[in-house]
Design a protein around this ligand. Structure first.
Ligand SMILES: Nc1ccn([C@H]2C[C@H](O)[C@@H](COP(=O)(O)OP(=O)(O)OP(=O)(O)O)O2)c(=O)n1
Length: 574
């Protein structure tokens, strides 16, 4: 049995984990037993079968959006080298890191306090929460278009340049500020998650765990027009309302409430990409240990002057910079850092000096205590040691480099452990503010910031990334140029008519009909059934918007390679 806090700030009814039985309901009711044969895995069919959120997890694992991620870029386009992360491998790592943070939080909450009105969770409830969390992680990037970060920008740009066809209405804004998070929730909410139009239809608990920005586009633009983030499209508003009203414990999206699980997911996402991108970029040769250590140290010094971070934060981060030079640096890197620590850092700011020992003992202690790696204190193996163990003549530069990659990997692993632990401590606080990034990482906030700054400096603004950006723009805008006008030919002027167009378009040009046929049937059926059910019947503007969204359902699902191939098929005169 574990205890968790009963209250979460700004939440009227939610428990610490936002959990009660009502949260295990699904938005679309599913038949029980054999009648549910269409929906796999079958819920409640076996006496000892999977629980509701375990079913969410199994469905997500078997789902098309998850598989679609295997061909999508995280940061580096698919590489022949096996180590580079794709959106899929990143996603799997997020699920693991989230489960680790969650378990750490539970471990912290083991001692019940009967006075504080806290809730007890059973083992079964803990499993339920863990599955909901991991499912939310599996789906969190499912709506991200091809070409990483730049795909989203290219789509936004295309709709902005097209101008005011949809005016300033919220649905027009949805397109101009196309959002990966909102698209991921859309995939979970709609009938297109599994093959043959079968639904993912996750539990409310899982859906709420996916919501990172509990508001729509209008509010997002009003809040910060430079960084427009939100979690649901106008097109899905009805489903979201249903989700809100389905249970009084459901996170009230309009009330700015967030599920605690979604905070864990967000922290796990940050830990995963900050450490994963660092490791991938180093292996791709985008910076050396020397460059990383110098850059980080300079940044760290400037933060000290600005007093941006707490003393404890700064000390923790300096320790990790030091550790990088210790574990993965060569003799020069290590000497340089030692010199810096001894001569430039005051004792007060220097945890390492305070500990009274610079070098092997301290690093051993860090590895044993912080990295979850219970080595003896004299057994830390470092790159320097590995180099001195081999005579120089036996190793060429490529072999040395490979060896160093292993040590950088070890350092990344230590950092990942520290960040997870720090996130678990912060997220266990009852007064956590989900809106503040600093609150997610507490005493290691400077560390995550520093990693992100290294990545911005050496990676995200690199010429390699500029190429990816250009490709995203050419390919995605090219596809939208063809597909959007084609589907918009299907707008039904007489919206009282029962029959509508997209599947067997009548009266559209043969060119448009051919292009529409490229869009898989499941997206067209989804549009069609939503149109039939619309009440009042969609007017022409709304139809246009929903048809544009249908194109985005298709385009955003494409793996990078397939998007390029489709673009070539449409544009290349052979
Ligand atoms: N100029 C940039 C900025 C970010 N990235 C990469 C870094 C991460 O690997 C990934 C992060 O993208 P997400 O879509 O996961 O975005 P965030 O987590 O930052 O925000 P959110 O999920 O809230 O949209 O994109 C990039 O390649 N180039």
């Amino acid at each position: 049995m574990y205890m968790v806090n009963a209250k979460m700030p700004n939440a009227k009814t939610t428990s610490f984990w936002n959990f009660d039985e009502a949260m295990l309901e699904r938005l679309v009711e599913e038949p029980e037993g054999a009648a549910n044969g269409q929906l796999l895995p079958m819920q409640k069919y076996y006496k000892h079968g999977a629980s509701a959120c375990e079913i969410d997890y199994m469905r997500a694992m078997l789902s098309m959006p998850l598989r679609g991620l295997q061909g999508k870029t995280q940061v580096f386009p698919m590489d022949r080298e096996h180590f580079v992360r794709s959106r899929l491998t990143h996603t799997l790592e997020v699920a693991v890191n989230a489960a680790e943070i969650f378990d750490e939080m539970l471990a912290k909450a083991e001692e019940p306090d009967p006075k504080s009105g806290q809730t007890i969770l059973t083992e079964k409830q803990i499993q339920t929460l863990r599955y909901a969390l991991m499912t939310a992680c599996l789906l969190h990037d499912a709506g991200n278009p091809p070409f990483g970060h730049f795909g989203e920008e290219a789509i936004r740009d295309w709709f902005s340049q097209r101008g005011a066809t949809s005016g300033e209405t919220s649905d027009g804004l949805d397109l101009r500020y196309f959002e990966g998070n909102a698209n991921s929730l859309r995939m979970a909410l709609r009938g297109t998650g599994l093959y043959d139009g079968r639904r993912l239809n996750p539990t409310l608990l899982t859906l709420c765990a996916m919501v990172k920005y509990p508001w729509g586009v209008r509010e997002a633009v009003a809040q910060n027009p430079k960084k427009v983030k939100y979690n649901y499209f106008v097109s899905d508003a009805e489903r979201v309302e249903k989700m809100q009203s389905a249970s009084e414990r459901a996170v009230g999206l309009s009330e700015r409430e967030r599920s605690r699980l979604s905070l864990v997911m967000e922290a796990a996402d940050d830990v995963s990409y900050a450490t994963g991108d660092f490791e991938d970029a180093f292996r791709k040769g985008m910076f050396t240990v020397d460059e990383a250590v110098s850059f980080m140290t300079e940044k760290w010094l400037s933060w000290l002057e600005e007093k941006r971070f707490s003393k404890k934060c700064c000390r923790n981060t300096l320790t990790l910079i030091y550790l990088l030079s210790f574990i993965a640096g060569d003799e020069e890197d290590y000497e340089w850092m030692n010199d810096f620590i001894t001569n430039k850092v005051s004792d007060e700011d220097n945890l390492i000096a305070k500990d009274g020992s610079i070098g092997t003992r301290y690093a051993s202690y860090l590895l044993a205590g912080g990295g979850g790696n219970p080595r003896g204190k004299n057994t830390v193996h470092t790159f320097r040691k590995a180099l001195s163990d081999c005579s120089d003549s036996k190793l060429d530069a490529a072999q040395k480099r490979q060896m160093q990659e292993t040590y950088v990997g070890r350092w990344v692993d230590v950092v990942r452990g520290w960040l997870r632990y720090s996130a678990a401590c912060s997220l266990s606080r009852p007064d956590i503010d989900g809106g503040k990034e600093a609150d997610l990482f507490g005493d290691h906030y400077a560390t995550i910031k520093l990693l992100k700054d290294v990545l911005k400096h050496f990676v995200y603004t690199s010429p390699e990334n500029a190429k990816l950006n250009a490709r995203a723009e050419t390919v995605l805008k090219g596809l939208l140029d063809k597909l959007v006008p084609a589907v918009e030919e299907c707008v039904e002027k007489d919206n009282t008519k029962k029959e509508k167009s997209p599947i067997n378009p009548e009266g559209v040009s043969s060119m448009a009909a051919g292009l529409i046929a490229l869009i898989p049937m499941r997206y067209r059926l989804d549009y069609e059934s939503a149109f039939s059910a619309s009440s009042p019947r969609w007017d022409t503007e709304r139809q246009k918007y929903e048809l544009d969204m249908m194109v985005l359902d298709f385009v955003s699902s494409l793996p990078d390679d397939y998007a390029v191939q489709l673009y070539n098929d449409l544009y290349e005169a052979k």
